[in-house]
Design a protein around this ligand. Structure first.
Ligand SMILES: [Zn+2]
Length: 427
């Protein structure tokens, strides 16, 4: 059983992590000129790394390093040994190309399988996989995991909302996998069609690929009448299946730390932070062949905790990622994350889980305009709702939004496919 490792004592897992890290470092040093040079520059040799206690001696890897070595400069095996490539699109420039050997694909299927199991999916379930297929790792990652698990799989892919709803009804899907924003979009379209999702067999939504705050999860669970479980992953490390919440506790995501070693660092200085402090997640692959990655700066802000979970698993857990260092908004010199605005808005009664943020420049001054949407069933005074929101936002953000609009239900444009865009920076 591949899942036994999730329950052993951390000390027992440590031996495996140490051994795998030593192999990974040696593999990267021997076969990737980029890492040999970076380690030589840092004055560290593979012999200096005995185990994960020495991990902070190693140089970090950034997304720019992927771009600088485009397309395959970080590959550690000859191209004939690569069984598949994926690519992660950036907003600018060239994509990050990632490669997998047969063995890497096997590991990926394993961790995706483990993630679905932890989310409560069983081999008798029907999984409707609404992640995009293709170069994006979401679709095929979940696909392999569901197949390895032995579930019945519907590879429907992203979009095509009418058919998604048909299949939820006609095929009785138990599990839906998609982004959190798409889950909410489906719920709205279902309501338009008069489909009561609570009458359908659907019991679990495994969502990922976008940050999701607790109020957003609550909205998904309520509107679709499901358990909403957050899965985390990124192409540079493997794809979906790096970490997942367990359905029992939903108290942080279990990082499969026998395969991926997590650290949290100060995003400005790169200094490793102690457990419990928020910072940027850094991940090291412990068993990748084609693309071993040392200390990847993910850009995702989170906190790590250890200690046994209610589900009995003993892995390190990470908080739900609610912000990325790239998403940080600087408004008149004050830092804030869109997720902070989301959390306040969605936690206010009468507000629907849709919002947008517009940033403009007015002369020398930044302007931030926030638009939220009234819930369908809100029957109070819209002006009072506006004032409540404005005062709550002002106290959390340490500045007052220049403009706050409470739009009527459906007043904010929906986006049916891909990662949802909520921040529009016109500056
Ligand atoms: Zn757990």
């Amino acid at each position: 059983m591949p899942t036994d490792i999730e329950y052993v004592s951390p000390a027992e897992r440590r031996g495996l992590q140490d051994e795998r890290l030593r192999d990974t470092v040696e593999h990267a040093y021997e076969n990737v000129p980029f890492y040999r040079e970076a380690m030589d520059d840092a004055g560290v040799h593979p012999d200096d790394v005995d185990g994960v206690a020495d991990i902070d001696k190693l140089p970090t890897t950034t997304k720019e390093d992927f771009r600088d070595t485009y397309p395959d400069g970080l590959f550690a095996v000859p191209r004939e040994d690569v069984a598949r490539v994926h690519a992660s699109s950036g907003t600018t420039g060239k994509p990050k190309i990632v490669g997998y050997t047969e063995s890497d694909l096997d590991v990926w299927a394993e961790v995706a399988d483990r993630s679905l199991r932890a989310a409560g999916v069983t081999d008798t379930d029907t999984v409707q996989n609404a992640y995009g297929y293709g170069l994006f790792t979401g679709g095929l990652g979940i696909h392999m995991g569901a197949e390895r698990l032995g579930a019945e799989l519907i590879p429907i892919g992203g979009g095509n909302t009418d058919r998604q709803l048909d299949f939820l009804e006609d095929l009785g899907s138990d599990v839906l996998t998609c982004t959190p924003s798409y889950a909410l979009y489906l719920a709205e379209r279902a309501a338009d069609r008069g489909v009561a999702l609570s009458d359908l067999p659907l019991s679990t939504v495994v969502f990922g690929a976008e940050p999701c705050t607790d109020p957003m999860r609550d909205a998904i669970e309520e509107r679709l009448d499901v358990d909403g479980v957050d899965i985390y992953g990124l192409s540079e490390i493997i794809g979906p299946g790096v970490a997942v919440e367990c359905v029992e506790a939903k108290d942080g995501l279990h990082v499969w730390d026998d395969r991926f070693y997590p650290e949290v660092v100060d995003p400005d200085t790169g200094e490793v932070l102690p457990e419990g402090e928020e910072g940027e997640l850094v991940l090291t692959t412990l068993s990748k062949e084609a693309l071993p990655v040392l200390r990847y700066r993910t850009g995702d802000m989170t906190t790590l905790t250890s200690g046994e979970c209610d589900c009995g698993r003993t892995t390190v857990r990470m908080d739900n990622v609610t912000g990325r260092t790239d998403d940080l908004l600087i408004v008149r010199g004050v830092n804030c994350y869109p997720s902070e605005i989301e959390a306040v808005a969605l936690d206010t009664e009468g507000v629907a889980p849709h919002y947008r943020i517009d940033l403009r420049r007015d002369g020398e001054l930044d302007r931030i305009e926030i638009t939220v949407e009234r819930a369908d069933d809100f029957d109070g005074d819209p002006e009072a709702l506006h004032d409540t929101l404005l005062s709550r936002l002002s106290s959390v953000l340490s500045f007052t939004p220049d403009d706050l609009t409470v739009a009527p239900p459906g007043g904010i444009d929906r986006q049916a496919t891909g990662k949802v865009k909520r921040v529009f920076d016109h500056r």
